[in-house]
Design a protein around this ligand. Structure first.
Ligand code: GLP
Length: 260
């Protein structure tokens, strides 16, 4: 794992956006795996700014989002379809045929999950998978106890996750109990993964992911098996890493370093 520790959340967001932009500059038709959540909002704002400035184009990429709530149709204001449409796909006028999310309103969510997993394979697999992390160590909606070999499937959300995500829903709305999520095996098949975490609320999950045992207790720890995983952190999210000094020596201020 490559651990990049940036001085503040804005610098971590910019570093993450830069990695995505660089991938698209090198491979304009890349297949991106995309994430949602509060952490990703400034990343998408940064990408929109870069695209509008002509620094990068997302027009030829294909995307597959990690997850969607079961029961929410795409047009639901709290669906991840709407999240992506408002923050990235709409502002950039991207071709909807190239942007994919699981259908939360599918008649049979299990069949939809299997279809989605197969569609990722048919697209050639994911070149760059963007990830956030839940306070309980989840990636996508792979909650603790998820099989580290899991395919895309339906998962029951923990009460901790439903409470954390209640802030996106109105006071009279219930956070869905289930989601379709890319599995951990699906995520591990990506050719490169970049996980962004900012803020003190992620510090213990980040430490468990990077330095804890490989365990379904912290699903993000499965990234220890990924051959090319980069973890981009601000100092607060990095606060509980025991080997922090080492990571900062290897990558001062989160920069790449050359041998020699
Ligand atoms: C959500 C999403 C994840 C996201 C995580 C953290 O529930 N399913 O993909 O990484 O929880 O979200 P946030 O960035 O809002 O803390």
């Amino acid at each position: 794992m490559k651990i990049l520790i940036l001085p503040d959340p804005a610098a971590a967001v910019a570093r993450c956006a830069q990695i995505i932009a660089q991938t698209l500059t090198e491979t304009p038709q890349a297949v991106l795996g995309l994430a949602t959540g509060g952490t990703m909002e400034p990343v998408y704002a940064d990408l929109v700014r870069r695209a509008e400035a002509g620094e990068v184009s997302l027009e030829r990429m294909t995307s597959f989002n990690l997850d969607e709530y079961v029961g929410l149709p795409p047009e639901h204001p709290q669906s991840y379809h709407t999240y992506m449409a408002e923050r990235l796909f709409g502002p950039l006028g991207l071709d909807p045929a190239r942007t994919h999310l699981p259908r939360g309103d599918a008649e049979d969510p299990a069949t939809e999950a299997a279809r989605y997993d197969a569609a990722i394979g048919q697209a050639g697999g994911i070149d760059l998978q963007l990830l956030g992390i839940g306070g309980n160590g989840h990636i996508g909606f792979n909650e603790p106890s998820s099989s580290l070999a899991s395919p895309t499937r339906v998962k029951t959300l923990t009460s901790a996750t439903r409470e954390a995500n209640a802030r996106f829903f109105g006071p009279d709305e219930t956070v869905p109990r289930f989601a379709i999520t890319m599995g951990i095996a699906t995520i591990l098949r990506s050719r490169r993964a970049v996980l962004l975490a900012t803020g003190a609320s992620k510090a213990s999950a980040v430490a468990a992911m990077v330095e804890g045992p490989l365990s379904a207790r912290c699903p993000a720890s499965a990234l220890q098996l990924h051959p090319s995983a980069t973890v981009v952190l601000d100092t607060e999210a990095a606060a509980e890493l025991e080997l922090r000094q080492y990571y900062e020596t290897v990558h001062p201020k989160g920069q790449e370093v050359m041998l020699g």
